[in-house]
Design a protein around this ligand. Sequence first.
Ligand code: NAD
Ligand code: MG
Length: 394
Amino acid sequence: MKGICILGATGSIGVSTLDVVQRHADQYQVVALTANTNINTLFEQCIEFKPDYAVVVNAEKGAEFKAKIVNTAIADMHVLIGAEALVTVATLESVDSVMAAIVGAAGLLSALAAAEAGKTVLLANKESLVMSGDIFMQAVKDSGAVLLPIDSEHNAIFQCMPANYTPGHDAPSARRILLTASGGPFRTTPLEELATVTVDQAVAHPKWDMGRKISVDSATMMNKGLELIEACLLFNMQPEQIQVVIHPQSIIHSMVDYVDGSVLAQMGNPDMRIPIAHAMAWPERFDSGVAPLDIFAVKHMDFEPADLQRFPCLRLAMEAISAGGIMPTVLNAANEIAVEAFLNEQIRFTDIPVIIEQSMAEFSATQADTLAHILEADQQARDQAQQVINSLTA
Ligand code: NAD
Ligand code: MG
């Protein structure tokens, strides 16, 4: 029996993870579930999975949650409140695997703590890796943690890597990664219409059902930019070794090109339960609940290069990884602030890359050598992005 802690249990990845757990109750036991504010979903999940711990980050909602469980079947469960409790549950003795599925920088400290504690880290929260880069990968190596990618592309790449491959190490026979992207909802939208697209249009992804932040990131293709940085770190590759490929059908989830000219691809229906089940069962396999791929329904698959004029966020991410140091942290922080402002209808869709670019221009690529330095750069970039937003909306 493995104990699992799900950070961000109430989100899209968290819910899919519990769906897989429920199919394998003989192998996985839920030790801890965490939420930010959605205590109704958390309550239902706790009733069903009976974890030892539940964490509510928001203090007011946490107090409400404590009141809500009185005289219920989960009245004896430990309820912890506040962001520090995420680290507490991610490092519990009884936890073997940690699903890091909080969105954004808010997930960094708990994901890093799980890595430092030597847990099996199922990493969905790409922002934490983009922010802390080498520090995160070094923590994994130092502690002997097992790092398994959940992002569908990186999970696909991992599946296409040589047997016994460990993330963070070289795979000398792999010369290139072909990182696939659906192209999001605005792949063919006339460029002049992008300034007036709505939030609802931006979050309506054609192939994947995801949280709102990553859905906007997919529409700007910042998601692919973050994933490019993620791939460099996970697979020890240079940015030049990673080719972004637009593949609108989202059946191939990425490919590895080997020195002998062989290209290995991982395919499947676009459903996150596949990479989640892969990582949970690894190195074995088990049922994910996803229907078998109907290859005849796919009919054909298209591939095209990414248009950096249409998707300036992808260019900015490439610039950030090339500059190195704190620049990926700055990119990520400015993006989080810009996306939040777009979701709150304060700025236009096309303002997102402007805010990020103007924010990045205020920073130089100093070394991201300590966590304190990274957190400082993150905060400064947030402040800078907010200033740009204020000037745009004044
Ligand atoms: P979501 O918005 O659906 O869920 C986010 C979760 O994080 C929720 O449980 C929420 O309670 C929690 N959370 C939000 N803010 C928090 C805070 N300040 N402190 C603590 N917890 C907080 O997001 P999602 O789509 O499930 O994505 C989660 C992560 O997985 C993201 O990093 C995303 O990039 C990555 N990811 C998601 C998908 C997908 O298909 N949804 C695919 C690949 C990678
Ligand atoms: Mg992805």
